[in-house]
Ligand binder design. Sequence first.
Ligand code: MG
Length: 446
Amino acid sequence: MKQPQLFGTNGIRGIPNQDLTIELASGIGSAIGTFFNSPKIAIAKDTRISGDMFMQVVDSAVMSTGADVIYTGELPTPGLQYYCKVNKIPGIMITASHNPPQYNGIKAIASDGTEINEEMEVKIEEIYEKKAYKKAAWDKIGRYYYDSTAIDLYMDSIIDSIDSKRIMESHLKVAIDTGNGASYFTSPTILAKLNCHVVSLNANPDGKFSSRNSEPKPENLVDLISIMKTGKFDLGIAHDGDADRCVFIDENGNYIDGDKSLALIVKNTVNKGDIVVTPVSSSDALEEVCREKGAKLISTRVGAPIVARAMIENKASIGGEENGGIIYGKHQFCRDGAMTMALMLNLLAKENKTVSELLKGIPDYTMIKTSVPRKKEWDDIKKLLMEKYKGNKMDFTDGIKLYDANGWTLIRPSGTEKIIRIFSESINKKDAEQYNKKYVDFLNNL
Ligand code: MG
C-alpha cells in the first residue's frame, strides 16, 4: 500500500512559515474539503500562537470547496472528535499535540470521530498534488458558523460516562497541570463539576507554553510533582498540548508510567469476555491483567488511529498506548485525556484506596526505550536481525519483536526520523537493560 508522505503518525506537522506554510495549509484545507465532500466540516484548534493564522487559511480553503465551517472553539482534540461523532460530520484539528510551541499541524477527523486512516491520507495527498480541488460556484461557497455548545457537549459526555455521584461524594483532592494547552478550561472544569478540590497549574491559554514543555514527561512536570510531594493531594494529573493524553502522579509525588496507568484502568474497567486493544509495544503487564480478568488482548501496529480502528472492528471496550493515551470505547474511539482522567477518578472513588496502593496490584515490569541512527534500509536491517537471531521467537506485527528467555525487544524504524527505536521489557530490570544493549550494539555495528 502507498504510504502517506505529508501525513505523519498523527497528522501533518511543521514549523509555521518554514515547512508548514500558509500555502501548504491552504492546499491541504482544500484537499480535505474536496475529499470529505461534506456540507459541513467542524474545526477546532489548540492554544498555539500560529493557530489563528492556520485556522483562517484552512477555514477559507474549506469554504471554497462548498462546505460550511463550524468553528467549535479552542478544544482538546478529543473534544472536536466527540463533536464530529455526535453530529456525524468530519473535522479538522489545528494542533501539533505535544510538540514544542513553535510547531503546528493539521489533523483530519472522519465523521465517526476517529482520525482518518492512511488510505484516506494518501487520497487527500493525491488531491493536493494534482491540485484537483473542488471549486464551488459563487452561490454554493461555504459559510462560517460558531458553535459554542461543543465544549459543554464534550464535558457533559465525560461526566455521564462515569459514576459521577460517587466521585462527587468522595471530594477527591486533585492537582492538575494543563501546560497552557487546549485543556486549560475543560479538565479543571470537569474536576470542579465532580466536586473535586482542585489546584490548577498553567491553566491559562498561552501559545508559547511558557510554563513547561508540552510533552507530559516527568522532567517537564517538576512543579506538579513537587506539589504532589506535599502529601496533600490524592492524585496529580497532566495533559499534553492537545489533551488526548493524560499521565498521573501518585499521592507521594511518584510519576506513573503510562503502561502502568493503562493496566490499572483496564484492570478496573473490563469484564470477562471483553476485548482490549493495544500496540505491540505495550507492556506485558497489560497482558497479565487481561488474562487475570478473562479479557482478550489484541496487539496491533504502533499508532493511536490504528488502535482505534482495530477497537471498532473488534468491538473492544478499551485500548490504548504506553504514552498515556487511553481510548475508552463506551465514550468514543480516540485517545482522550479528560476521559482517562475521569476513569482514574472513578477508580479512586470506587476502591477508596490510594493510587500507590492500587498500583501494587499491577505487575512491575521495566521497559528500556532507546534509539540508534538507521544506517541501512529497514528491510535489509530486518533480514540481518532475522538471520542473526533465528533461534529466537519473533513477531512481525510492527517492525520485529524478538523474544529472549526473560522478556522481549521490539525493534522498529521511526515513521518520522531516520532512526531505529528499540524497546526492551522484562520483569527483571537487569535483563531488560542487557537485552536492550545487545540489540543496540548489533544495530550500531552494522
Ligand atoms: Mg496529543
